[in-house]
Design a protein around this ligand. Structure first.
Ligand code: PMV
Length: 313
């Protein structure tokens, strides 16, 4: 029997990835309870298992000291002053690795919640979120804070990091919106793509800032399209945002192939979501999504349905 269990959300970014790191507003939605974890304190040793990812680490040796998961867990246990000599943390993830769906932040949030429970600490969501942000910094240096925020709170929100810190606004929709989330089949590496965009920005700040501004405008218009329930507008904004991401060099042939299959089978629009160069694609299907799903299946592309709810409680 596990001693504690916890959940966290994955996320999709509807608008604004990468630009959000530079202070532009992004719009994102949580994938509800996509990651679950349980911790048992009575088993000997210190073990981390993520069966869906084939991970089974013995943390009592320093053999894995370079792994990000090891370092995140060490940071969590240290910060919480959680002195548990024996534990087995098992993470059950519906999120694929390198999918751009916020798995690393969700792992941090479930681990924090499990160990806080194990050490009888009553952490607020804000405290969980702050510590998850520190774990994200280990993963990719200068995160916007969007992933950990969605992992902690879920829902649908506009997120912006400005000089006063992260600003979060919950959004509601005129009506639910159905999306299809497809996998490109290529793993994305957030630290790498974020660094690549940083390099472009440093070489040509004016040009890259103009792309970020355009993304900011798309995000603002997207907010209105969501509120109005205007699917066609939303789809054309997905396409525009995708064009900006192409210009930032974070699309790739695998993503473009999924987008082209989607277009050819009647989808209204689509874009990569997350850091890109692999990972997931969000697609806005037309009223009938059967042809789209058949085409994805025929091309052996993994996908799942996701619904943006009119409101989240
Ligand atoms: O690929 P993911 O799930 O780690 O998302 C990264 C989102 C970025 O905007 C590219 C980076 C960030 O810190 O917001």
């Amino acid at each position: 029997m596990p001693d504690f269990e916890a959940f966290a959300n994955g996320k999709i970014i509807l608008f604004g990835e990468h630009a959000v790191v530079y202070g532009v507003e992004a719009i994102a939605a949580g994938i509800p309870n996509a990651v679950k974890a349980s911790v048992s304190l009575s088993l000997p040793g210190q073990r981390l298992r993520v069966p869906a990812w084939g991970i089974d680490l013995d943390l009592s040796t320093r053999e894995h000291a370079n792994s990000l998961l090891y370092q995140s867990l060490a940071l969590i246990l240290d910060t919480l002053e959680c002195d548990v000599p024996n534990f087995e943390l098992v993470i059950d993830s519906h999120l694929p690795p390198g999918g751009g769906l916020g798995a690393s932040a969700a792992f941090a949030v479930v681990a924090i919640r499990c160990f806080a429970g194990a050490c009888s600490l009553d952490l607020s969501d804000a405290e969980v979120n702050d510590l998850a942000l520190e774990c994200e910094k280990l993963a990719h240096g200068n995160p916007s804070g969007l992933d950990n925020t969605l992992a902690t709170y879920g829902g649908l929100c506009a997120f912006q990091r400005n000089s006063e810190g992260p600003q979060l606004q919950t959004l509601s929709l005129a009506q639910p919106v159905k999306l299809v989330v497809a996998m490109s089949g290529k793993k994305g590496y957030t630290a790498e793509t974020v660094a690549r965009v940083r390099g472009l920005y440093q070489r040509d700040e004016q040009h890259i800032s103009a792309i970020f501004d355009e993304i900011g405008g798309i995000s603002m218009t997207g907010r209105k399209a969501l509120a109005d329930g205007d699917k066609r507008k939303l789809a054309s904004l997905f396409d525009k945002n995708q064009e900006c991401l192409r210009q930032l060099g974070v699309s790739c042939p695998e993503i473009e192939q999924v987008l082209s299959i989607a277009r050819d089978s009647g989808a209204l629009g689509g874009k990569l979501t997350g850091s890109g160069d692999g990972g997931a694609i969000i697609i806005l299907p037309g009223d009938d999504d059967a042809a789209l799903k058949q085409a994805l299946q025929a091309a052996r592309i993994e996908f799942f349905d996701m619904q943006l709810l009119a409101s989240y409680t």
